[in-house]
Ligand binder design. Structure first.
Ligand code: FEO
Length: 388
């Protein structure tokens, strides 16, 4: 396994986790990459490492360029173990290398995970000289951990952005223009929605700082590097970071005997009749982490559940719990569902939508047992009225 040249003297030395299908519950259907980068200068420098089980792969790729024992500097942009997992092994191989992380959060986090590795703290504005090149550090706290920072090489105009601008995307290619752009952007949107959406203020601050730098290459710690579509990904972050949807409606539901499903279809048709493009998402068939990137861009969210054991369906509860944690804002919402006797679920869904901070545009719609044609016509009328 060889290193891949990113620019003269800069190599990708990361690892490919082809068959990873989940990351903390986020479905990763295209696998995961853990990117680390090697800079050859007077001081040989490693930026980030990989998940610990891929340490051998990291070492093999570094060894294809230089003896890992010769590394002088290691920058840890982020404590999370998908990037720092191989740090103790690197410390053992090159005991004199200077490790840098953000201070105090990065140093504290690394020490808590691995003991004292002799990490030096850096902060925004600090820089180190490697020889011909410089590395400048920019703190991006809470994007998405307290310790996050990005590292900028001004001579090369390369930004090592860690989680920001990443995608969970395993590929033998290393650049955006070597892959279908739609796939890369879809994965970047999914990554932003599931990992960064709830930190939109921090994301906007980082986006402004990064935009001012004017990078030629953005080298994240997941997925491919951006070189031909730097403006596209910066523009996309600028849009997603506003937490302001562009339009459209999502009708998200689960159903037991198709009654709530009939309501969902009627609601979808009502949106369409009101001129709002909609999508129907059955929670039995759609992973919640695939719905979140759509929440990022849609203004209306209708959520439906029948009542099961005095509660909403577990699939709906899971979706709403996840949604609330990610804090989308500026959405309009309402709850609906069929019920047999108790019917508690619909109020529970509405309460959760309120707790998300959404504007409830229609009082919850409940239909007993099987919806009649008249029930559905009335539901359609109410939804169209609420949307107008
Ligand atoms: Fe990719 Fe927050 O770790």
């Amino acid at each position: 396994m060889d290193a891949v040249k990113i620019k003269d003297g800069i190599y990708w030395v990361g690892a490919l986790d082809w068959n990873a299908r989940t990351f903390h519950g986020y479905s990763t259907q295209r696998g995961i990459t853990y990117n680390a980068y090697l800079l050859l200068d007077d001081k040989i420098t490693l930026i980030d490492t990989v998940k610990n089980i891929f340490t051998d792969e990291l070492l093999e790729r570094i060894s294809s360029v230089v003896d890992p024992k010769k590394i002088d500097v290691i920058v840890s942009n982020h404590v999370e173990m998908d990037h720092s997992g191989a740090l103790p092994a690197m410390r053992a191989i090159c005991p004199d290398a200077q490790i840098y992380a953000s201070g105090p959060s990065g140093v504290k986090g690394l020490t808590s995970h691995y003991g004292d590795l002799g990490v030096l703290p850096v902060k925004t504005g600090d820089s180190i000289k490697l020889g011909k090149r410089t590395l400048e550090f920019v703190g991006t706290p809470m994007l998405h951990w307290p310790d996050n920072m990005v590292t900028w090489c001004p001579e090369e105009r390369v930004l090592f952005s860690n989680d920001a601008f990443g995608q969970h995307y395993a590929t033998t290619q290393r650049f955006d223009d070597q892959c279908p752009l739609g796939q890369v952007m879809d994965e970047a949107q999914k990554y932003y929605g599931n990992i960064l959406m709830c930190y939109e203020k921090q994301a906007m601050a980082a986006w402004e700082a990064v935009s001012k730098l004017g990078p030629e290459i953005i080298a994240p710690s997941h997925g491919v590097c951006w070189r031909s579509h730097v403006k596209d990904i910066l523009d996309a972050y600028g849009l997603w970071g506003t937490n302001e949807p562009t339009g459209g409606a999502l009708v998200v539901y689960d159903s037991m005997w198709h009654s709530t499903e009939k309501m969902a279809l009627t609601i979808l048709e009502a949106f369409a009749s009101a001129g709002v493009d909609g999508k129907l998402l059955d929670l039995k068939d759609n992973h919640i982490s695939d719905i979140i990137p759509q929440v990022l861009t849609h203004r209306y969210i209708a959520v439906g559940s029948p009542t099961l054991n005095n509660n909403m369906m577990p699939t709906v509860a899971s979706f709403l719990c996840y949604l609330r944690g990610l804090s989308p804002k500026n959405r309009k919402a309402f709850a609906f569902g069929s019920f047999g006797w108790g019917g508690q679920s619909i109020k529970q869904v509405e309460d959760e939508l309120r707790a998300c901070g959404f504007d409830i545009i229609l009082e919850m719609s409940r239909i007993n047992y099987i919806p009649k044609e008249g029930d559905l016509q009335e539901l359609r009328r109410k939804v169209m009225e609420a949307v107008h």
